[in-house]
Design a protein around this ligand. Structure first.
Ligand code: CLR
Length: 429
């Protein structure tokens, strides 16, 4: 047996409060059609993390970006970037607790062996969170504006925004947007979550694309957590064109060739080593409930093997106690840890210092609820007095701008966080 000497905590201070006295439906029924970010939910439906920490969960398998950087073949780089994009979604399985809405100006930082990340809540209405992660060989940044739509039986979540990975050693940038997800069984049954739709990762330097489709569970749940995709090489059709004698760059709409096929589930990532024939990728359809209140199971007899494939990544198993701790992964367990050393260096807006999250983590539901109300009121008061004084809120570490690769609206890191000059920060807790 190999013992892992884990430098971080492996559980939370208290187990999750389990009770059937609270019905999500009784809270949400007044909100059909409303934007869920505006309603205050009882703290029992929360998990003890801020949405900023939830975004930092994307870093769990950051080593995949290291691998991408080391690869000399752009197809292999694309494989690893795609694996990274998928890996960030594995921790969402079974996580049906609502992360705390970050307060305006709230931040989160995380430094691990090979990278660091800083996140900031840059807008409150609509809620927008921005992050910037870097390491010696890559950087990863983006902004997310989660839109929650309540449909009655289910809540649909659209994590709007763009994610960008840059590999400066190769002069490459990759961008993509996240797939939607859906929480089922709001009225009866056990809550469950699925992610569905297509994700298109573009390498802006080479024109390679990776198209990954997350399937909906479907009627017999056999497709739960299954994803399928291809890497497409635009240049191959260009090359074919020039072989045909028609020189010059191909127009953007040249039919593309499928290069690599993948067929996997969100907890592991396999990629074939062969060139496969083209198969159409369907677009994500709105998910269908398997049955009223039903709960899908992954069908393990349904093989995910594809010929000549190799596994690039596999999600680490969750700790056995995970169900008692909001279904957290080991990585998630560590995110709100506050060591003495950290306490000395953290900025005053870091979510680890948020009292309501800390109280929920230690199982004190009532005190957590009180603190949550106090913080939200404090935030409202601050907004009112800014309005009176005609002051505009300005994000501290990010600036609104356009993504240089996609030209879409985005939030760009202004730099300087790690100099740790927190003089201008206001008191939000
Ligand atoms: C999914 C992956 C994206 C970023 C992202 C944005 C919003 C998150 C979502 C992820 C996961 C599910 C999520 C959602 C906000 C609220 C929702 C945490 C991380 C929970 C499950 C909603 C529970 C609310 C109840 C009313 C059921 O990159």
């Amino acid at each position: 047996m190999v013992w892992c000497v884990c430098p971080h905590r492996t559980s939370l201070p208290a187990e999750q409060f389990q009770s059937n006295d609270f019905s999500l439906w009784s809270v949400l029924k007044q909100c059909i059609g409303k934007e869920l970010s505006k309603i205050t939910m009882p703290v029992v439906f929360n998990e003890p993390l801020s949405f900023l920490q939830r975004m930092a969960e994307y870093m769990e398998y950051a080593w995949l970006l290291e691998k991408a950087d080391q690869a000399q073949d752009p197809i292999v780089r694309m494989q690893y970037v795609t694996a990274f994009a998928v890996s960030g979604l594995a921790s969402n399985w079974e996580r049906v607790g609502k992360p705390f809405n970050p307060l305006l100006g709230e931040t989160y930082e995380l430094q691990r062996d090979n990278y660091r990340i800083v996140c900031e809540q840059v807008s409150h209405h609509p809620p927008v969170s921005a992050f910037y992660a870097d390491s010696e060989h890559w950087n990863f940044h983006g902004s997310i504006h989660p839109k929650l739509k309540f449909w009655g039986k289910s809540v649909e979540i659209q994590p709007k925004g763009i994610l960008t990975v840059e590999l400066p050693n190769h002069g490459e940038a990759y961008t993509w947007s996240n797939v939607n997800c859906c929480v089922h069984n709001i009225i009866v049954g056990k809550l469950w979550i699925e992610q569905y739709g297509s994700m298109e990762i573009t390498n802006h330097a080479t024109g390679h694309k990776s198209v990954v489709t997350f399937k909906t569970a479907g009627w017999f749940s056999k497709d739960l957590h299954r994803i399928e995709g291809f890497i497409i090489d635009r240049r191959r059709s260009d090359k074919k064109k020039s072989e045909d004698g028609s020189a010059g760059a191909s127009p953007a709409h040249t039919p593309r060739k499928v290069f690599k096929k993948l067929n996997t589930i969100t907890s592991s990532f396999r990629m074939s080593s062969d060139t496969e024939a083209g198969v159409e990728v369907e677009d994500g359809e709105p998910p269908e409930e398997p049955e009223e209140g039903g709960y899908p199971r992954t069908d393990s007899s349904y093989s995910i093997d594809i010929p000549n494939s190799s596994t690039l990544w596999e999600a680490d198993p969750r700790p056995l106690t995970s169900p008692q701790y909001y279904h957290f992964t080991l990585f998630a367990m560590s995110l709100n840890e506050l060591s003495e050393e950290l306490r000395r260096t953290l900025g005053p807006t870091d979510c680890r210092l948020r009292p309501d999250i800390r109280l929920l983590e230690s199982g004190d539901i009532d005190a957590a609820a009180n603190e949550k109300n106090r913080l939200e009121e404090k935030q409202r008061d601050a907004r009112k007095s800014r309005k009176k004084g005609k002051e505009e809120w300005k994000a501290r570490w990010f600036e609104q701008g356009t993504n240089p690769f996609t030209r879409q609206a985005d939030w760009l890191y202004s730099g300087g966080y790690w100099d740790r000059n927190f003089d201008e920060t206001i008191d939000i807790f």
